[in-house]
Design a protein around this ligand. Structure first.
Ligand code: PGA
Length: 231
C-alpha cells in the first residue's frame, strides 16, 4: 500500500482548494492509480468540502476538537466533519504541538475520541533537533507511539522529524529507514514519512516508507501530481 497525503496547512482558500481538487481528480480519472495507492488531501478547515465530490481523493481534517459538538469557541467538532463525510484526521502534527501547545496528553485524548468514532487517524510523531543530537531518537519515538493504541486498525503513523519540516532539509534515507524499521517492530500500522518531501526525493522515500505526508510541495497541483507519479 502507498499513501500520498498533502497537508495544505493554512494555505489555499476554498476556491483555490476546489480548483486544486478538481484538477487533481481529473488527472487521476484520466490516469488511474493502482488500487493499492491512496491519495489524501488535508485542506485548511474553512476550505473543507464534500468528500464524495471527488472520486480519487480522500479528504481529511488537519485538526478537530474531540467532541461531537458543544461550547468550544473557535473549534470545529466531529459533527462538522461528518457533514462533509470526512473520515480522516491528522493528530499531533508538530505545528499543533509546538505553535498551539498541544501536549501529548491532548493528542492522546483526541486519538481516543476519534478512534472511538472509527476515523482513520494519521498520527504524527517525530523528534526535535536536540533529541537527535543526543542520540535519543529511537527511544523518543518509542515513547510517543506507546502513548496510543499502536495497533488500532485504522491508524497510519506519520514519522516527521521536526528539523525536517518546512526546512528543505529532508532526513536522509538511512535515517528514515532506521526509524521506520524500528517503529515497525512495535506496530502493524503503515508508516509514512514527512519533512521536505519533493518530487526529487519522493521515489527513494517510497522505496522504504508506506507513503509520504507532503507540506509545501503539495500546494501546487503539478508538483503534487509529480510526487504521486513517483509512488
Ligand atoms: P513540508 O511539511 O513538506 O513543507 O516539510 C511537511 C508537514 O508539515 O507535514
Amino acid at each position: 500500500m502507498k499513501i500520498i497525503a498533502g497537508n495544505f496547512k493554512s494555505n489555499l482558500t476554498r476556491r483555490e482548494t476546489e480548483n486544486f481538487l478538481h484538477t487533481l481528480d481529473s488527472k487521476l480519472e484520466s490516469n488511474p492509480l493502482d488500487k493499492d495507492k491512496q491519495v489524501f488531501i488535508f485542506p485548511a478547515t474553512s476550505s473543507l468540502v464534500e468528500n464524495s465530490h471527488y472520486k480519487h481523493i480522500n479528504l481529511g481534517a488537519q485538526n478537530c476538537h474531540c467532541a461531537t459538538s458543544g461550547a468550544f469557541t473557535g473549534e470545529v467538532t466531529l459533527k462538522h466533519l461528518e457533514e462533509f463525510h470526512i473520515e480522516n484526521i491528522l493528530i499531533g502534527h508538530s505545528e499543533r504541538r509546538n505553535l498551539f501547545a498541544e501536549s501529548e496528553a491532548i493528542c492522546v485524548k483526541k486519538f481516543d475520541f476519534f478512534k472511538k468514532h472509527g476515523l482513520r487517524i494519521f498520527y504524527c510523531i517525530g523528534e526535535g533537533k536536540e533529541v537527535r543530537e543526543k542520540n535519543e531518537t529511537l527511544e523518543f519515538l518509542r515513547k510517543q507511539i506507546f502513548c496510543i493504541d499502536a495497533n488500532y486498525e485504522n491508524l497510519i503513523f506519520a514519522y516527521e522529524p521536526l528539523w525536517a519540516i518546512g526546512t528543505g532539509l529532508s532526513a536522509s534515507i538511512s535515517q528514515i529507514r532506521e526509524c521506520i524499521n524500528y517503529l515497525k517492530s512495535f506496530t502493524n500500522a503503515p508508516i509514512i514519512y514527512g519533512g521536505s518531501v519533493t518530487a526529487n526525493n519522493a521515489s527513494e522515500i517510497f522505496d522504504i516508507a508506506d507513503g509520504v505526508l507532503v507540506g509545501s510541495a503539495s500546494l501546487k497541483v503539478e508538483q503534487f501530481y509529480n510526487i504521486i507519479l513517483r509512488s
